[in-house]
Structures are given as structure tokens and as C-alpha cells.
Design a protein around this ligand. Structure first.
Ligand code: F6P
Ligand code: MG
Length: 444
């Protein structure tokens, strides 16, 4: 294939993008309206009549949004005057220029990635325009429930981590690699637990994630774990303490609930094993794609872990809080993560974030949406290399840990995609398959 392929779009009737815009997005909006309505009494108790009016107005804006979507109306400029409003409106103009003057940018005719991100930003706008309830996270219930319902899995994972940490100094390289590889896989499969693929249906981890890793191996279509490991080892530098470790690993987080716990456990392992000295987490500054991590979710999860009755879970929670306090871990939420850009635009459109990521020895991108943004959410052939699909994006050595939930997958062997399609036509969207896909911009 020559040149850059087109963006995935609901324009292709019957495609996953089409089904998402036609069915899944309106379902999510309906659930958002229900959630706000169910919390009516809470708003009344907190803010009196003003709260009730805010509830009504937010619902009316959201119902209008659902109608615009379902009737394929033009995408409207934002009006809420947040710091990122201009950037969203400029992006709309950019889309319009790309699409030409013949037809307006609209829900079914424009890039799926763009309109889907725009929907979440409009949900935020509907609340923001109604000040007393502007802080209300319409997705909070689902996220906390997903954490609570995964408690058995959280316990077994924290117990496993504490077991490793107890004799970590005696571990030679091979067993250390085995633990690293397992925890990468746990974090990978943790990405199954996102609430937006199920339009907010319950999606937690009920069993121990460690027990099923072996049986899931055949479903990892690309496994670059060894390359990630080598990158960490070669990034190790002599430190004053005498320990050799990579300076910094960044984790671009995806979902709250069980997936976040798997990421915290991986981060803890990296630091306590000496594979990294610092972890920078990147989350979302507004509620996003139903279950994505915000600063509140991040803090809540650590506090919940600390307060648990289970010895090892609470020990983990206390340790995580300490890492944050001592600056070995830190949390950032740059607005670029909640904008619709492909990541190849980051250097030009969010140069400060690009520079921040350049300071990392390794950046782990969690989840499906990050993969879509890494590859531009385009109709690439499966055999196109990951590097080609990144289109120059490479602030640092990077790796995507993603379960497949959108019609896009690059970097496969010739014939691999065709074989999968014949065996399992929904392989790209069911969340059953996954990749650990690596890129080192310096080695290409
Ligand atoms: O609805 C679209 C989508 O981007 C899917 O591709 C995926 O199901 C979900 O939203 C986000 O998944 P993740 O939480 O893994 O980024
Ligand atoms: Mg998500």
C-alpha cells in the first residue's frame, strides 16, 4: 500500500466504526443520562433547587447531543471556554479542510476516532455548563464497581507481587525476566476490563489473572516482551547508590478498576526490582471513554488498596502512596490525552508533552484507544510495520500493550491476518486477542 490509508469511519456501513457510532455511542449516552437522573436527589441535597435545574439542563444538552449523533448532524464547535476549547475548534476546522467543502464534518461521515473523542468532550461540556454539578464524574460508579468486583483478583495479584519482593535481591536475571514477563501479561490482559467496549456493562476480573496466563499465550499475536526487557537492561546506568537501573519508565494509563491495579503492580515491580528508578503515570484530565483513569480514580484506587483488610493489598497501597510521596512515582494529566489527535501530531500540537516523553527510557502505552492513536486509526494493511504506522512518532523507546477492540492491527506476518479472519471473523474487535508491540526510534 502506498501513502497513508484513510481513517476508519462510520461511513463504511457495517464496519465496527459504523456499529459503534450507530449503536454503542447512543447506548453510552443513554446510560449517562440515566446516571445523572438517578443522582438527582444527591444534587438536590447538595445544591437545592439549583442542583435540580442543573440536572435538567445537563440532561437536555445530552439528549440533544444524542439526537445530533443519531441523525448525523454536523459536528458543532464547543462553547464552554475551557483552556482546550480553541484547540478542539481548530481541530474541527482542520477536519473540515481535510474533508473538503462538499459536506460538513459529521458523525457518520468523518473519522471515527475524531467523532468518538468529541462525544466524550461534549459530555464533559454538558456538565461543565451547569456549574454546581460540573465536577460530577458520570462514569464514576462503573469504575469503582469494576475495582470492587475484582477484589479476589486484586488480592491474588498483590500477594504474588509481595512474594516476589520478599526475595527480590536473591533473584538472578532469568527468574526476574520470568516475573517481568508475567506482570507485563497481567497488565496486558487487564486491558480486557474496559467499560466502553461493553457500553458500560459490568466488566471486572473475577478470577486470578495469573492462573490463565499460560492458556492465553496463543492469543498474543505479537509478543515483543524480550525487546522491552533488553531496552530496560540497556538503559541501565550506574547510580550513586551503586544500583544500576533505567532512569524512567512512563506508563500512559488506560482504564481504572482492575486494569489500573495491574499497572500499579507492574510499576511497583519495575521500581522494587531495580529495573527502573522512576515511574511517570499519565492519566486523563476529564472523564473519558467510560472507564479511563483520572487523577481522582488514581488516588481513590491507592486509598482503597491502603484501607483494605487484606494484608498484602494494604501493604501494596501503603507502598504506592510512599512512592508518590517520595517522588519515585508521579502522576500527570496533560490535556493532549483527551484530544482527538493521532500521536504523530504530538510533536507539532503538544510539543511540551513530546519533550516530556523524550525524557523517558521507555514509554508503555496501555490499551486500545492509545493503539488507535499510535497508528492514526487508519485502514492499514496488517503486514505494514508498526514503525510505518507510527508515522514518525517516537519520542522514546515505546511499547503498546493492547487487547484488540477496533479494526486495526499492524506488524503481523504475511497471511496471519487472513488466517485469523477465516478462523474468527471478529478477532480484531472481541478483546480476545492482544499484542505487546515494541518500537525503538533510535534503532530503525
Ligand atoms: O469504542 C471504541 C473504543 O476505542 C474501542 O476501540 C475500545 O473498545 C474502547 O473504545 C476503548 O478501549 P480501551 O479502554 O482499551 O482504550
Ligand atoms: Mg479505556
Amino acid at each position: 500500500m502506498h501513502g497513508v490509508p484513510p481513517s476508519l469511519s462510520a461511513r463504511v456501513v457495517g464496519s465496527f466504526a459504523y456499529l459503534t457510532v450507530r449503536d454503542r455511542l447512543p447506548t453510552i449516552l443513554t446510560k449517562v443520562v440515566d446516571t445523572i437522573h438517578r443522582n438527582k436527589n444527591k444534587f438536590f441535597e447538595e445544591y437545592g433547587e439549583v442542583g435540580i435545574q442543573a440536572e435538567k439542563q445537563a440532561i437536555s444538552l445530552l439528549s440533544k447531543l444524542r439526537n445530533e449523533l443519531q441523525t448525523d448532524k454536523p459536528v458543532l464547535a464547543l462553547t464552554d471556554g475551557l483552556p482546550d476549547t480553541d484547540s478542539w475548534n481548530q481541530y474541527l476546522e482542520r477536519q473540515q479542510r481535510l474533508q473538503g467543502d462538499q459536506e460538513p464534518v459529521s458523525w457518520f461521515k468523518s473519522p471515527w476516532l475524531y467523532v468518538e473523542c468529541y462525544m466524550y468532550r461534549r459530555i464533559h461540556e454538558a456538565l461543565l455548563l451547569n456549574p454546581p454539578i460540573s465536577d460530577f464524574d458520570v462514569f464514576n460508579e462503573g469504575k469503582t464497581q469494576s475495582f470492587t468486583e475484582s477484589s479476589q483478583a486484586v488480592m491474588s495479584l498483590c500477594t504474588y507481587l509481595e512474594g516476589i519482593k520478599n526475595n527480590i535481591d536473591e533473584l538472578s536475571k532469568n527468574p526476574l525476566f520470568e516475573h517481568f514477563s508475567k506482570l507485563m501479561q497481567v497488565s496486558l490482559w487487564g486491558n480486557k476490563c474496559d467499560l466502553s467496549i461493553s457500553a458500560g456493562q459490568e466488566n471486572s476480573q473475577k478470577t486470578s489473572p495469573l492462573d490463565s496466563l499460560y492458556s492465553l499465550l496463543p492469543f498474543i499475536l505479537v509478543d515483543d516482551t524480550k525487546r522491552v526487557w533488553s531496552a530496560l537492561i540497556s538503559a541501565q546506568r550506574p547510580r550513586e547508590s551503586g544500583k544500576n537501573n533505567a532512569d524512567r519508565v512512563d506508563i500512559v494509563l488506560d482504564n481504572a478498576g482492575f486494569e489500573l491495579v495491574t499497572d500499579l503492580v507492574l510499576a511497583d515491580f519495575l521500581v522494587s526490582s531495580g529495573l527502573a528508578r522512576q515511574i511517570h503515570f499519565h492519566g486523563k484530565s476529564i472523564p473519558w471513554f467510560v472507564s479511563d483513569v483520572t487523577a481522582k480514580d488514581f488516588q481513590w484506587t491507592i486509598r482503597q488498596a491502603m484501607a483494605t483488610n487484606h494484608k498484602w493489598v494494604s501493604k501494596c497501597g501503603v507502598q504506592w502512596q510512599r512512592y508518590l510521596k517520595e517522588g519515585m512515582w508521579c502522576y500527570h494529566d496533560h490535556p493532549f490525552w483527551t484530544q482527538p489527535h493521532e500521536f504523530c501530531d504530538m510533536a507539532a500540537d503538544a510539543p511540551d508533552l513530546y519533550t516530556t516523553l523524550q525524557g523517558a527510557d521507555l514509554v508503555l502505552f496501555k490499551g486500545d484507544l492509545n493503539y488507535r492513536k499510535l497508528t492514526g486509526d487508519r485502514d492499514w494493511e496488517h503486514t505494514v510495520s508498526f514503525e510505518t504506522a507510527l508515522r514518525g512518532f517516537g519520542p522514546a523507546t515505546l511499547c503498546s500493550l493492547r487487547t484488540l477492540k477496533a479494526n486495526i492491527q499492524v506488524g503481523l506476518q504475511p497471511g496471519q491476518g487472513e488466517k485469523l479472519t477465516s478462523q474468527d471473523p471478529s478477532w480484531m474487535t472481541s478483546g480476545k486477542y492482544a499484542v505487546i508491540q515494541f518500537h525503538n526510534p533510535k534503532s530503525e
